[in-house]
Design a protein around this ligand. Structure first.
Ligand code: E4P
Length: 217
């Protein structure tokens, strides 16, 4: 499963990238607003840092406006992925931009039917939002499973990009289901390293290291 980082924090992306943990980056208007940076400037900086796809989201609602914004975003770098919302206009923009050879990430997906439409419209990625479904007591992981089944049934090449990931458990569950990509905030990716038995085991080893005065260098 590919790891995308869901942030516009360039320092955090660089830290994970140095460890080989970054296969791509996703942003959205809320993430850009939080960064306090200009969208074109920060997106260019991320594209220069990361080899994989970098999602930058359009900010209009009408298909023609999304297409114009998508074309401008696509000029930033070869690894730009234009992110469009899963609306009828977003699907129209997806069809046009993907036909022009631009990677498109269709976002705000909350149902299997929406995912089916995005694949038909030529999306490179579909972004089902796990956490926001869980927030309203629905099952976000079940949606990932349903989309996996549908895409495999018909050989759709659209990649399932599990989004709105809120905890480390979501990451391993997505990997078990067979999501192609999971995008998560840096803190969630780092939390995947945590285990209480690792902490306890290391504390015991450190006691013995001190007691026996074990040294290597
Ligand atoms: C990524 O593409 C999404 O915009 C993001 O994962 C949404 O996450 P949230 O529901 O935690 O805001």
């Amino acid at each position: 499963m590919k790891f995308f980082v869901d942030t516009a924090d360039v320092a955090a992306i660089a830290e994970l990238n140095d460890l080989g943990m970054v296969d791509g980056v996703t942003t959205n208007p809320s993430i850009i607003a939080k960064s306090g940076r200009d969208i074109l400037e920060v997106t260019k900086e991320i594209c220069d840092l990361v080899d994989g796809p970098v999602s930058a989201e359009v900010v209009s609602l009408k298909a023609d406006d999304m297409i114009a914004e998508g074309r401008k975003l696509a000029k930033i770098a070869d690894n730009i992925t234009v992110k469009v919302p899963l609306t009828w206009d977003g699907l129209k923009a997806c069809k046009v931009l993907s036909s022009e050879g631009t990677m498109v990430n269709v976002t705000l997906c909350f149902s299997a039917n929406q995912a089916l439409l995005a694949a038909k419209a030529g999306a490179t990625f579909i972004s089902p939002f796990i956490g926001r479904l869980d927030d309203i007591n629905l099952d976000g992981l079940e949606l990932i499973e349903d989309i996996r089944t549908i895409y495999d049934n018909y050989g759709f090449e659209t990649q399932i990009l599990a989004a709105s990931i809120r905890n480390a458990n979501h990451m391993s569950e997505c990997a078990k289901i067979g999501a192609d990509v999971a995008t998560a905030p840096p803190a969630v990716i780092k939390a995947m390293a945590n285990h209480v038995l690792t902490d306890n085991g290391l504390a015991a080893f450190m006691k013995d290291i001190e007691k026996a005065n074990i040294k290597i260098v």
